[in-house]
Design a protein around this ligand. Structure first.
Ligand code: SF4
Length: 358
């Protein structure tokens, strides 16, 4: 029996009973795949169920206000995904009557849909012969084929995509893709793969040559990341607002001045928090020009921050937003700023503020 057939038989027996796999429909598959990009299945399932209940098709999603879509995305984070899903739904409704085009290049033009998601939707919903390549599949393929180059290197994605395409089961491309991902998630684990249970074991290079701990090779090339940020000094009666926000890329668990990165960011984890975006929106038109600028470095990140200062007449708006987004806040004096916010960022802001006062 061919390895593809063995894998397919294994999948039919072991596949999980997941709601988005029940029907071969592009819309639920799309939503589930986007949600699964940063979230584990068990955590994502209740959020998926409620999202699909509220937005059962592209039409309902396209008609909804962005704020409502974001509210229904709560708990999944990385809100740009939700914004893109809504934009793509609008595009699908306007151009394809709400259906997904059965063409990889057309699907790739939709906002927020990359190669992996497009291939997953088209193969699972329409059985188009398109192999997917995610982290799990890369691990399975590199072990199976004995691919010993760095899988994080520049050429790896192209080379492994070719191997994925060649290995695809053309009779059942959707099942095959899901089987490869499931195999990577349940048996071909990064540490201690369960080769004895694996349907591919008799053909697998890494298993045969006892190289499962060496393959795949993952060598991170830490390129410098350049970021432009904004940092807000919000004053009320000689006190300055500090926040402690969940899930920040930097300054985790620390009270800090409200900040966010602007312009192009390398990935979603650098995006400004929903709190920061709402704060900026609320003070739109009232924020003066920056009072100063400074450079800051954290590991391989080179940052340039513009500092904005704004005197508030009341704390109501800010406190309403902190409640809404589950953000902790406190108000501190300028003299306490660098002890309450113990980072050289605070000292740099304080220096600018003291210079302006002098
Ligand atoms: S035999 Fe082992 S290393 Fe090879 S694909 Fe299966 S689980 Fe992975």
């Amino acid at each position: 029996m061919s390895p593809q057939k063995k894998l397919h038989e294994w999948y039919l027996i072991h596949k999980r009973d997941l709601p988005f796999r029940k029907k071969k429909q592009a819309y639920p598959i799309w939503i589930s795949e986007v949600m699964l990009q940063q979230t584990r299945v068990n955590a994502m399932l209740p959020l998926y169920e409620s999202f699909i209940k509220r937005f059962p098709n592209p039409e309902t999603l396209a008609e909804a206000e962005e704020e409502e879509v974001l509210a229904n995305w709560k708990g999944l984070g990385y809100y740009s995904r939700a914004r893109n899903i809504r934009k793509a739904a609008i595009f699908l409704v306007q151009n394809y009557n709400g259906a997904f085009p059965k063409d990889l290049n057309l699907v790739l033009k939709l906002p927020g849909i990359g190669n992996y998601t497009a291939r997953a939707i088209l193969s699972i919903a329409y059985d188009l012969p398109l192999a997917v390549l995610d982290g799990n599949v890369k691990r399975v393929l590199s072990r199976y084929h004995g691919y010993t180059d760095n899988i994080l290197g520049a050429k790896a994605d192209n080379e492994l995509q070719k191997k994925a395409d060649e290995f695809l089961n053309k009779d059942h491309p959707g099942d095959h893709n899901q089987a490869m991902m499931e195999l990577g998630a349940t048996l071909c684990l990064p540490e201690s793969p369960k080769c004895l249970l694996c349907p591919l074991s008799e053909f697998c290079f890494a298993r045969i040559h006892q190289k499962t701990s060496e393959i795949p090779l993952r060598v991170k090339d830490k390129k410098q990341v350049v970021l432009n940020g904004e940092i807000f000094v919000l004053n009320h009666k000689n006190s300055i607002l500090l926040l402690r926000e969940p899930k920040m890329r930097f300054l985790k668990g620390m009270f800090h001045l409200p900040y966010g990165f602007i312009g192009e960011v390398p990935e979603e984890t650098y995006e400004p928090s929903p709190f920061f975006l709402s704060l900026k929106e609320s003070y739109k038109g009232k924020t003066p020009n920056p009072i100063g600028e400074f450079k800051h470095t954290i590991t391989h990140h080179k940052m340039v921050f513009s500092v904005f200062s704004l005197s508030l007449e009341s704390r109501n708006l800010v406190e309403g937003l902190t409640k809404k987004f589950g953000v902790e806040s406190k108000w501190v004096t300028l003299s306490d700023l660098d002890t309450e916010f113990p980072s050289s960022l605070a000292s740099k802001v304080k220096k600018i503020l003291l210079y302006l006062e002098s």
